[in-house]
Design a protein around this ligand. Sequence first.
Ligand code: NAD
Length: 449
Amino acid sequence: MNAFQKTGMEQIIGSPEPSNVSSALIEMAGKRLGLNKNTIVELIKPQNIYIFRLPVEVFGKIFNVWGCVVLHNNARGPYKGGIRLAGDVDVWETTELARLMTLKTAVTGIEFGGGKSGLRVDMQELYNLFDIRTRSFDFERVVKRAIFKEYGNKFRTMLTSHTYIPAPDMGASAEQMTEIYNATGDPASVTGKPEGVHGWLPGRKESTGYGVSVAAIESLQHLGIEPTKAKVAIQGFGNVGSYTAYYLAEQGVKVVGVTDSNGGVYDKDGIDILELMDYAQKHGTIAGFSDNTLDNDQLFSLDIDVLLPCAAGHVLNGRTSKMVQAKAIVSGANMPITPEGMEILEGENILVFPDIVANSGGVIASNMEYSGSLSAQQKNKDNVLSFIKHTITDTFANILDIKAAEKVNLTEASIILAVMRIRDAMKLRGWLTATSCNFNELSNGNHKN
Ligand code: NAD
């Protein structure tokens, strides 16, 4: 538990927020910037948490879904962040993900704040409830459709006022965003809408993976490695992992290993990513694609240039980080590295491209989708991808400067830049009383208290 955790919110929820990486990083950045304790608390704590129960009806049976919406900070724009549907979602995980969104939108200079929704759904329990014995994607689609329809109805006012603008996260996709749009009737109330639905954005579905591929190419160039001679491996082959693989392969990078939650594939000469995408589309997994398989530990141990965790959080920990042979880690997933893992990777001098920059392509595109939905003017895919590329490249240059000036790692540099921007906006809005601080003051080493 960090020094600032026992505030009113935890007293109401009844349990303190567990120690977490994003709070510790904000605390580090705040102290380095000379911010006072109250300001650091304001930066860490969410502004609102809604905990709710949704009664959902499917095939004549009603079951309850518990969930939460965490509105972390809207100093720089509307609360923005995806909806995660999983069996282990909880309020503190959702809070940390919302906080990461605030940091992500700030570090990339996107005019959004940060929020997140969590829907706690154990699919296996639902299979049991409906007495269904084998996995059925149709059943899961019907269930999700009903859940997201209720979610859209429940939060219609918050969504149509653009107070909070959701998007897909793990367990959700464009299809479920349509249900939210159906409930609100407002194309700007949600992003990540599928092709053809009012307010959709060409390039949105590819955007996060495309941005991760940009970050990987930037990392290779920074390390002086020619991308067409590079080998990479990817954990996760969902929305993020598959498009990351696609865009890297398109640029001549060899993707030699991929895993998902059911299995893995290895090919030292480079996997045919289009065929793998086709297979995953048909089978819902990459397992069974080839006889040359590998598991996550083997994936982490591969002798490659870049390792891309694009699945779950906390996968590179004190045990697995010791296996890493790659020269760089580019984080497609949110928070894939634990503090112990980070220490090991740093000790080995492995470049860690921070998650809040590497996977920011989705929220950058979401900002374009939101503005297109408001103006009823559609952007084209080339513009979207090119804006993502410039934003990530510029942000990488900014954080490299801070890293050099402040002698911190890249992750810390990204948080310092984000904290300065959020804090300055909060100050301008009259939410804080402490003195202002900006990038020039920081790079001159002239921090204010
Ligand atoms: P998704 O549900 O589409 O795909 C997740 C993939 O990870 C699946 O292939 C799944 O099988 C795999 N996976 C899960 N557990 C695994 C394990 N233990 N080992 C190997 N593979 C495993 O999710 P997504 O949208 O691709 O999101 C992936 C990550 O990226 C999440 O951390 C998410 O928060 C983050 N993220 C997503 C977006 C976005 O726009 N979708 C944006 C920013 C960050």
